[in-house]
Design a protein around this ligand. Structure first.
Ligand code: SF4
Ligand code: SF4
Length: 500
């Protein structure tokens, strides 16, 4: 069937610069470039271009420019180009539209409407170059009060805690959705930086068991790769109920991505689709969740915090309260900008709420109920910078997860083609030719550098605020002010208007 879809990008090649080295033909996994031996030139199939920029970066003579196709439809606010093209795609395929990464719609990004305070005159700022600044964060249930024995030793029994040197962890990305080289890069960077990476729902490859102390092992509805050794290998066990990009629905790793190695790690037959059911089939109430939490505590001999991850939805605050009362030590909230390897577009674009709103309401609810100390709050979903991290902590988070930002550090250009399995940067693919594009030595260094840069910036921000420990910033909304927000939005966020 002839496609009625126009090319989204124009591929321009400077003929004078091109030396016909064919690097672009090898680097492009979407078959855009091909060598024409008769004409001795490189041809472009522009309709295949997804704007991943792999060719642009690797062309040795900088001969390639990728431009957005300026082709315009007649202006119509309702029938925008993307809406028209989605209908054309469905008319041609009859299928569900899939997409990779998080929500890309122009929803309000509240981080950009929040500003941080800075000390002036009466409460002096702190110079992070000369004074110690503490980013260390402990995740886990904290006691209501601490009692000491006569010899000043701790009398109160403390629930298992996990220590982070920096309050930034890597979001769950499963083996199969991302390559083993990506996971190894994250695992090594987490180990180096003193933080945690997360297996996602795909099990733990034997090569990565050695990074267990810096690993969160996930238990999702498909139970892929879950066994006693796996549970005990990690520092934290996470029950995944929901995901910000696709709240309320399950996951699907196509059979083409289930290679021999992925199948062994997930404990499913090679080449079969890995379908995660929408619900956890043994959880239909808070009591059921509590049973699973305590089953996992039993399985790990009460030595590890148990985390529960949910998508940010309308009633997150009530759900989070139930999760904490069910015995979870950490609550993870994933907002609508949270990324995914593949999600139905209709879900990604129409379900879920911004993480800023979910975080503010969950933190406030747990405080009102007097149970905020019983669990740590971790958030994820589009965190882009140390500024976002600082604002998230001031809004009530103990720590944040980053997924897309870590992948960008590895080369991802957010082309949103993860679901195709053809990622030209070798990230979201199990194609053996493509996965070699990530060298774990280089990958770990790049991701570690990102964390290091953010750590320095976080200390700068804290110094400006006049606080020397991240503990003092957590949930301290006095350090935040809103700009361009309505009274209702300010009220939910629990912050005052700038100038007040
Ligand atoms: S990579 Fe650049 S120089 Fe090499 S063939 Fe492609 S456009 Fe020409
Ligand atoms: S991981 Fe790869 S396919 Fe996915 S958005 Fe990034 S570059 Fe594109």
């Amino acid at each position: 069937m002839k496609t009625y879809l126009p090319a989204r990008f124009l591929v321009e090649r400077n003929a004078e610069r091109c030396i016909r080295c064919k690097v672009c033909t090898n680097q492009c996994s979407f078959d855009v470039h091909s060598y024409d031996s008769e004409e001795d030139c490189i041809q472009s199939r522009e309709e295949n271009c997804v704007g991943c920029h792999r060719c642009v970066i690797f062309c040795p003579t900088r001969a390639i420019t990728i431009r957005k196709n300026p082709l315009e439809y007649r202006e119509n606010y309702n029938w925008r180009p993307e809406v028209i093209e989605d209908i054309i795609k469905q008319a041609e395929t009859g299928g569900v539209l899939l997409t990779g990464m998080g929500d890309d719609k122009a929803q309000r990004i509240y981080w950009d409407h929040l500003v941080l305070n800075a000390s002036q005159v009466t409460n002096p700022s702190i110079d992070p170059l000369r004074e110690p600044m503490e980013l260390t964060t402990f995740l886990g249930r904290k006691p209501d009060r601490v009692e000491l024995s006569d010899d000043l030793s701790l009398k109160t029994e403390i629930a298992p805690q996990v220590k982070l040197e920096v309050p930034v962890m890597f979001a769950a990305m499963s083996y199969g959705a991302v390559s083993l080289h990506v996971q190894e890069s994250l695992a090594r960077a987490a180990t180096e930086a003193g933080t945690l990476w997360n297996t996602g729902e795909g099990g733990l490859h034997p090569r990565l068991y050695k990074y267990g102390k810096n690993t969160i092992v996930q238990v999702a509805s498909g139970r892929f790769g879950v066994h006693a050794e796996y549970l005990n290998a990690g520092a934290v066990v996470e029950i995944k109920i929901g995901q910000g990009a696709k709240p309320g629905i399950g996951g699907h790793l196509p059979g083409e991505k289930v290679s021999a190695e992925v199948s062994r790690t997930r404990m499913i037959p090679e080449g079969t689709d890995a379908l995660s059911p929408a619900p956890q089939h043994d959880i239909y109430s808070i009591e059921d969740l509590s049973q699973l939490i305590y089953a996992l505590k039993e399985a790990t001999n009460y030595t590890k915090p148990i985390s529960v991850k949910i998508a940010a939805v309308h009633n997150s605050a009530a759900i989070a309260s139930g999760i904490v009362r069910a015995g979870a030590d950490i609550v993870v909230l994933d907002g609508l900008r949270g990324a995914t390897g593949a999600a139905p577009k209709v879900i990604r674009d129409n379900v879920g709420i911004p993480i800023e709103m979910a975080l503010a309401s969950v933190d406030a609810r747990l405080r009102q109920e007097g149970i905020r100390n019983q669990a740590s709050i971790v958030i994820s979903g589009g965190i882009r910078s140390a500024g976002d991290v600082a604002k998230a902590i001031a809004l009530g988070a103990d720590a944040v997860n980053i997924g897309t930002a870590a992948l960008i550090a590895l080369g991802c250009t957010v082309c949103q083609q993860c679901h195709t399995g053809k990622c030209a940067w070798g990230i979201c693919t199990s194609d053996l030719f493509l996965t070699k594009r990530i060298n774990p030595d280089i990958g770990a260094e790049r991701v570690y550098n990102l964390l290091r840069g953010w750590s320095v910036e976080l200390k700068d921000i804290m110094g400006g605020l006049g606080v020397n420990a991240v503990e003092s910033l957590r949930g301290n909304r006095h350090h935040l002010r809103g700009i361009g927000l309505t009274d209702t939005e300010l009220n939910i966020l629990g912050v005052q208007m700038a100038g007040s």
